[in-house]
Design a protein around this ligand. Structure first.
Ligand code: NAD
Ligand code: UGA
Length: 476
């Protein structure tokens, strides 16, 4: 019976998953470790405002279990050695250099964990792959461990990918559609899997726990993300056609989604999917397919990412052509996080769209309820650096950007308002009052890339509005 768990990686996955396991399994002692000491210090802060991940419901759970059966530590080796089960929840970004650059997953962090575990373990361990990994990573980990282990300790690797979505992580963990566990079909593998099943059974009904071989489990995670992202690219691609044909994308989503074989989820039009995973996981899938010589399959999935880039570019082009000349135009960006209810801005569509606007001369006012000012500036800087701009040019472009601390500051004295994240706060704007407050002769154009505003109300107040995929737009 497992008593002590160590989770390597105190990020968006490691902390919420361990917090929920700790809450549901009071007899387990769980320590979340990370090589980033300031991240661990932040999780140990007495003020939840300092927590590095903002996720509805997470603060309350941490307050309840922290220092009872959930601990945060930067002493990685000690907790690896003391635990019976070790979760790997480290980041697996896209490779920036070397073989597979721009497509393959960078497994440096995972490899480092395997080496460290092999080196410091003085007792048998079950290693759980929680990070999203290419199919057959367990094979690679076994090789690394074999090379670095020092004594007779045994290691059993199982796969347990995480399916939570940010913004709803706690809800997703409490009521998972499924928990997937894959293992080697050996006596030791099956026993390791059962010890994890036992933990999940504390709150997940047993029919929702899916047991597979280890390769199916690893690949199911990449395939799930690819299929979710594919739905978004499908609806976003159709939004270009509905705009041309006077159809409405929301009506299309409704009509299509009513077919229970298709279902109504993940059919919301958007400025393109963001987040740290969809793009990297699909590119990884593309790479794996190519490695196995499956060029047509690779190209099929690559299109999902290409349509996402197309949608972002399309939005920039619509704003650009509406305003005729971007130079000296003031534009308000509503939303920086990649979706509502999270402070995570990784791969947010706000980043490329805003960058293209400033490169073309616009001045921006940006407001997001959770994303921090320094993060927004960092995101823009990193993106502009990737465009090979000099430091001087980047500095000058950033001088065109102002981060606002309230929404109302963002809504007045502007030529255009672009809604890029679907925050509830943006749905509650009093546009009637805002119209009275604006000192401008011309009302700003409104570009609603999430289709969350009441277009009829806005039209009746005299605003010119563009909603993605809406054939009734007043801006054509
Ligand atoms: P993250 O960047 O938020 O957290 C990863 C943490 O791991 C960081 O704090 C980093 O310092 C730490 N780390 C990296 N290497 C380390 C090492 N060798 N030793 C100790 N600590 C180390 O990443 P995340 O968003 O939590 O994602 C983690 C994994 O989970 C990825 O593979 C991702 O694809 C997958 N995933 C993410 C989500 C999500 O919603 N973010 C959902 C499902 C799956
Ligand atoms: C996604 C998956 O939903 C999770 O199951 C998975 O565990 C996770 O990736 C991961 O592996 O990291 P996440 O990226 O947190 O979760 O959030 P989603 O709700 O999937 O949204 C991703 C992006 O797609 C956001 O930018 C969102 O605005 C966009 N989206 C979502 C749409 O454009 N339309 C939709 O209908 C739904």
């Amino acid at each position: 019976m497992i008593k002590k768990i160590c989770c390597i990686g105190a990020g968006y996955v490691g902390t919420p998953t361990m917090a929920v396991i700790a809450l549901k399994s009071p007899n387990l002692e769980i320590t979340v470790v990370d090589s980033n000491k300031s991240r661990i210090d932040a999780w140990n802060s007495s003020n939840s405002y300092d927590f590095p991940v903002k996720e509805p419901g997470l603060d309350d759970i941490i307050k309840e279990v922290r220092n009872k059966n959930l601990f945060f530590s930067s002493d990685v080796e000690k907790h690896i050695d003391e635990s019976e089960m070790i979760f790997l929840a480290v980041n697996t970004p896209t490779k920036k250099e070397g073989e597979g650059k721009g497509f393959a997953a960078d497994l440096t962090n995972i490899d480092e964990c395997a080496k460290q575990i092999a080196r410091v373990s003085s007792s048998n361990k079950i290693i759980v792959e929680k990070s999203t990994l290419p199919v057959r990573t367990a094979e690679r980990l076994k090789e690394i461990i074999k090379k670095h282990k020092k004594n007779d300790v045994t290691f059993e690797i199982i796969s347990n990918p995480e399916f939570l979505a940010e913004g709803t992580a706690i809800r997703d963990l409490f009521k998972s559609d499924r928990v997937l566990i894959g293992c080697d079909q050996t006596e030791a593998g099956l026993a390791a899997m059962e010890s994890l099943v036992k933990i999940y059974k504390n709150w997940i009904p047993k029919e929702r726990i899916i047991k597979t071989n280890i390769w199916s489990s690893e690949l199911s995670k990449l395939a799930s993300n690819a299929m979710l992202a594919q739905r978004i690219s499908s609806i976003n691609s159709l939004s270009a056609l509905t705009e041309k044909t006077e159809a409405k994308i929301n009506e299309l989503s409704l009509a299509i989604g009513k077919d229970h074989r298709i279902g109504d989820k993940f059919l919301n039009v958007s400025p393109g999917f963001g987040g740290s995973c969809f793009k990297k996981d699909i590119l990884n899938l593309v790479y794996i397919c190519r490695q196995y010589g499956l060029e047509e399959v690779a190209e099929y999935w690559h299109q999902v990412v290409k349509i996402n880039d197309y949608q972002r570019k399309r939005i920039f082009n619509i704003v650009n052509s509406t305003l005729v000349e971007l130079k000296n135009k003031k534009i308000s960006i509503l939303g920086w996080s990649f979706k509502k209810d999270t402070n995570d801005t990784r791969e947010s569509s706000s980043i490329p769209i805003s960058s293209d606007l400033i490169i073309n001369g616009a001045s921006l006012k940006i407001y997001d309820p959770l994303a921090e000012k320094k993060q927004i500036i960092q995101d823009l800087t990193t993106y502009l650096e990737s465009k090979d701009l000099s430091l001087k040019e980047i500095k000058s472009l950033l001088s065109q950007v102002k981060i606002q601390s309230t929404l109302s500051e963002c809504l007045t004295n502007t030529n255009a308002i672009i809604v890029l994240t679907e925050w509830d706060e943006f749905k509650q704007v009093d546009w009637q009052n805002n119209k009275l407050n604006t000192s401008q002769i011309n009302l700003p154009y409104i570009f609603d890339t999430r289709n969350i505003l009441d277009i009829e109300l806005l039209k009746s107040l005299g605003y010119e509005v563009f909603q993605i995929g809406n054939g009734d737009n007043t801006i054509k």
